[in-house]
Design a protein around this ligand. Structure first.
Ligand code: PMP
Length: 406
């Protein structure tokens, strides 16, 4: 049974006061809070088994290695990767995307094309621009309409043998829009040999992921948005491609042999994991998966979608409030502005005084803000521990901010 009070009791941070008010934490798209299961796992790692992995003969090192590899297999199952060595530990989505863009450099030539979408986070724009600068490839962008819906007909005219990479997010962080990645992937497969990269930073916390069914070549996400510690993340890549591409970082752990004349690289996944990893974090990411699976994906999704529907309905009762992407399929996020109040951060500051944490600004998606000709939005984003009462508090807070600012 879905027991919200039981879930909330696992997040000590939620039961504190901010500015004298009960904390209402609605900035989950930036980072989620961490449950006791994850905090205890982290603490246990550092109090009982901290040691460097894959190096020592001693017991602690072996224990730390076993635990981290166990976590890798848990993540493999969580996203349904075919092999555990297709799961690479990173420090987050940004690092994963940079790794892919760098490691593909040798396979990209002048006048090749890379397609992204209008709805991308800067971290799924800039690494591709940098790749274009290194290689002379061209960046193309799938447009969107006024509702924030991607115009994927664009792919019919623009996919060709020149297209080498298509990289899109599954869910937009700024607007919460769920992109039609199944159609994007099938169009891409039918009309090109492009590699498909999916940014799952905002989908993994909310929906069940199956990378084999999805048939992407790469899938990246961050641990800290799905109840795991900061500095954790995953890059999934298909074996065949991971074997073909060059490593991103050079150093310890990623070599098979090293001399001044010649270095050979370690097998997967270590070829992409240079240096000492975030062992405690990577193990705790496994605990975050346990936390989510104990509740169940369907329960998480149903609760969060109900919160979103309720928030949308209540917010739209406020005169002059506009929700961006209102009519599109969305999850986890409601992004809005109040008519006549040009600065979203003014609303955010008033909400903060009321104990309500939201994010305001461009959300690292300046092209989306430019499209709507705005500087930013107020974004409330949900996690499994949020309640309908918290939505009511948000709505009352927004009304108060409107009164104070107009
Ligand atoms: N892509 C999307 C869709 C995101 O929401 C974020 C985080 N806001 C990122 C990429 C970057 O993630 P991180 O900062 O954890 O590397």
């Amino acid at each position: 049974m879905f027991d919200i009070q039981n879930i909330r009791s696992q997040f000590p941070i939620l039961s504190q006061k901010i500015n004298g008010k009960d904390l209402v934490y609605l900035d989950n798209a930036a980072t989620s809070q961490k449950p006791l299961l994850v905090l205890d796992c982290w603490m246990k790692y550092y109090t009982e088994i901290n040691a460097n992995v894959h190096r020592g003969i001693h017991t602690l090192s072996q224990l730390a290695t076993e635990e981290m590899e166990l976590s890798r297999r848990k993540i493999q199952k969580f996203i349904n990767a075919k092999h555990d060595f297709e799961v690479i530990f990173t420090k987050g989505t940004t690092e994963g995307l940079n790794l892919i863009a760098y490691s593909l450099t040798n396979l990209i030539k002048k006048d090749d094309e890379i397609i992204i979408s209008y709805l991308e986070h800067h971290s799924n724009i800039v690494p591709w621009q940098m790749l274009c600068q290194r290689t002379g490839a061209k960046l193309k962008v799938i447009p969107m309409d006024e509702n924030g819906v991607l115009q994927i007909d664009f792919l019919d005219k623009n996919l060709s043998e020149k297209t080498k990479i298509v990289s899109v997010n599954q869910v937009s962080n700024a607007l919460g829009i769920v992109n039609p990645i199944d159609e994007i992937i099938s169009k891409t497969r039918a009309n090109s040999n492009a590699l498909i990269v999916i940014d799952g930073a905002q989908s993994v916390p909310h929906m069940k992921i199956d990378v084999q069914k999805m048939d992407c070549d790469f899938f990246v996400f961050s641990g800290h948005k799905m109840y795991a510690p900061m500095g954790t993340g995953i890059l999934y890549g298909k074996e065949e491609i991971l074997r073909k591409i060059q490593p991103f970082h050079g150093g310890g752990e990623m070599i098979a042999s090293c001399s001044f004349e010649k270095t050979t690289y370690a097998d997967l996944p270590f070829k992409f994991e240079a240096g000492t990893p975030n062992v405690g974090g990577n193990i705790s990411l496994g605990a975050a998966i346990d936390f989510m699976e104990n509740i169940g994906h369907e329960n998480i999704q149903n609760h969060e979608n109900a919160l979103l529907d309720y928030a949308q309905k209540k917010l739209l009762e406020i005169d002059g409030l506009r929700i961006y992407g209102e009519k599109a399929k969305r999850t986890g996020v409601v992004s809005f502005n109040l008519e006549g109040i040009g600065i979203a951060s003014d609303v955010g500051m008033i909400l903060d005084k009321l104990g309500i944490a939201v994010r305001t600004g461009h959300h690292c998606t300046q092209p989306i803000m430019d499209f709507f000709d705005i500087a930013g939005t107020v974004r409330a984003s949900f996690a499994v521990y949020n309640t309908f009462e918290e939505v009511d508090i948000l709505v009352e807070g927004v009304k108060k901010a409107q009164k104070m600012l107009s």
